[in-house]
Design a protein around this ligand. Structure first.
Ligand SMILES: CC(=O)N[C@H]1[C@@H](OP(=O)(O)O)O[C@H](CO)[C@@H](O)[C@@H]1O
Ligand SMILES: [Mg+2]
Length: 559
């Protein structure tokens, strides 16, 4: 029967598996899995408690591959920007993107299963659903990789066991270290019939960047200093940055693994604290710096300086976050498209610019008022931004924290290829498409892209920094008994429930000069986030604080 044997748990065959199964069925593991949700970007928690989750995710990635007629899927063991003791699982779908939203609930169901018997039943139930009649009885392949966290090896071993239990082939071992965007790309390539070697992705980025820089004759910056966050990006950065050093900029890699991943370094630290990574001392005056996160899918740039206020403490930075990266790219794409005018047949190409509510108000104003572009706002989480971006010929999306990429639709690329030789604009756009990841944000690819754009625009890093000045903002977190009581609308900028809390927020915002604020439940932490902007830093701080008090008082009666 087709639906028999979807889970092939052969405990008697394999000592490793018997040991693993004991852990999976251990009391502590069981309890810890009950309420774990897929979240904004996969499962995440203390690495020590994740073997059962990793096993089940391997199993699910295998089932998903079987549902896609044997197309490869992927699984990355990483906790991204989170501390070293955390770990997590990100699942990659057959198109190289993130796991399809319709399968997230299955991931939660398999993870919540409390015993091997229950797991078997959950799997059978999933494949018996009418929408899953496509799940083939066999076949399937899953690409696996991990970042550099110490718990990664054990989790990959568990995930491989899960893939095998689903009757699928596992490609990857406990030693397979990849950045998240690299694995996404490898899944995409495999499904295009072009299976790739470890180095292919970075070779392609480096060679593409060298082509774009050749003959430019000027460099935007003397020194580029890269904070690798002591993560997996440190292993891969050398293979791409030679394109930049060959163009005459001195590239220095820091935090390449000697310290603890994301500790006092990395994109999240720099973006949230607005300070230099700890090891960034005695920097040359003309340095442009950037920080990756632990799995290198997120990047922010910064200039050592006095901070935007001009009065920052030593070590403070002028931050060029995801919003500013997006504005630079959008400005460049717009001018490239204008060079195509008349050279391309058919309708005018559409350009999409996608942000979330956390984008600084000044960036949205710059895009709309200076560039004349209309901005689409989506819910938080790259999967939402990516989905909206797919509607355009060319699009760029970024979260303020540095997650983002540029997308070119296949039909637009086809039209570009037909533009007569000699139109530099079309060739340039085609070359740009070679150095971006079409599936997810990639810190290293974006580092190259920013450098290329600054070079072509003949802009210095200062000019980029001065595109606009951020509105002062403040983000706070608040623990509430049940954050799922908050329901939002309008790209999470308003609460539908509790209605009276939204009324209070509106009232507080109306009192703040140039105020803007919203409250939403986090998708990755058991907290509620409060974001506020105002004319002054003090105004933003006060607005955020008073909203936090309103949230507390609503949920805890003022306690
Ligand atoms: C305000 C904020 O930075 N939110 C982050 C955070 O999501 P939350 O749902 O806000 O916890 O983690 C996500 C996954 O890394 C990231 O995509 C998102 O931008
Ligand atoms: Mg990350």
């Amino acid at each position: 029967m087709r639906h028999q044997g979807h889970l092939q748990v052969r405990e008697e065959d394999d000592k490793f598996f018997r040991e693993l199964w004991k852990t999976i069925d251990g009391e502590e593991e069981r309890r810890s899995r009950v309420k774990i949700s897929y979240g904004t970007a996969g499962f995440r928690r203390k690495g020590e408690t994740l073997r059962g989750v990793a096993f089940r995710c391997g199993l699910l990635a295998g089932l998903r591959s079987r549902a896609l007629d044997g197309k490869a899927t992927g699984l990355v063991v990483t906790a991204s920007h989170n501390p070293v003791e955390d770990n997590g699982i990100k699942l990659v779908d057959g198109d190289g993107g993130m796991l399809h939203i319709s399968w997230e609930k299955y991931a939660e169901e398999v993870v919540a299963a409390q015993s091997s018997q229950e797991l078997q039943q959950v799997v059978e139930k999933i494949v018996l659903r009418p929408e899953n009649t496509c799940v083939a009885a066999s076949g399937g392949v899953v690409l696996l990789a991990r970042d550099t966290r110490p718990t990664g090896e054990a989790l990959i071993a568990a995930a491989i066991a899960g893939v095998k239990a689903a009757g699928c082939e596992a490609l990857g071992s406990t030693d397979t270290l990849r950045t998240t965007p690299q694995l996404h790309w490898q899944v995409l390539m495999k499904n295009c019939g072009k299976p790739s070697e470890e180095s292919d992705y970075f070779d392609k980025l480096r060679e593409g960047c060298s082509r774009l820089l050749s003959g430019q004759g000027s460099k935007p910056v003397g020194h580029l200093i890269i904070d690798c966050a002591n993560g997996v990006g440190a292993l891969k950065a050398p293979s791409v940055v030679s394109a930049i050093s060959n163009a005459g900029t001195v590239v220095t890699l820091k935090n390449t693994g000697g310290g603890v991943v994301n500790h006092l370094c990395g994109a999240d630290y720099v973006q949230k604290e607005k300070v230099l990574p700890e090891t960034f001392v005695d920097l040359p005056g003309d340095s442009l710096c950037l920080s990756l996160d632990g799995d290198a899918d997120r990047v922010v740039f910064f200039l050592p300086g006095a901070g935007q206020s001009g009065q920052g403490a030593p070590g403070s930075v002028d931050l060029l976050d995801g919003d500013k990266i997006l504005c630079l790219i959008a400005a460049h794409l717009k001018s490239c498209l204008s060079k195509l005018d008349g050279a391309m047949t058919g309708p005018k190409p559409s350009i999409g610019v996608i942000q979330t509510a956390y984008a600084n108000g000044s960036s949205t104003r710059y895009l709309e008022e200076n560039l004349g572009l209309s901005v689409v706002k989506t819910k938080t989480g790259v999967k939402h931004l990516h989905h909206s971006a797919l509607a355009f010929d060319v699009s760029v999306y970024f979260e303020a924290n540095g997650h983002g990429t540029v997308l070119f639709s296949e039909s637009f690329l086809e039209r570009l290829r037909k533009v007569p030789q000699g139109n530099g604009g079309a060739m340039h756009l085609l070359e740009l498409s070679d150095i971006v990841n079409p599936s997810v944000g990639d810190a290293l690819s974006m580092a190259l892209l920013v450098y290329v754009i600054l070079t072509h625009k003949k802009w210095t890093h200062r000019e980029w920094c001065d595109l606009y000045r951020d509105v002062p903002s403040r983000m706070l977190k608040c623990v509430v008994p049940d954050r799922s009581q908050i329901k939002t609308t309008n790209a999470e900028q308003q609460m539908l429930q509790p209605q009276e809390l939204q009324v209070k927020v509106d009232e507080l915002v109306s009192k703040a000069s140039l105020g803007r604020a919203f409250v939403r439940p986090s998708g990755t932490e058991d907290i509620v986030r409060i974001y506020a902007e105002a004319e002054t830093q003090q105004g933003a701080d006060q607005l955020a604080q008073s909203i936090m008090e309103a949230v507390r008082s609503h949920f805890h009666g003022g306690q």
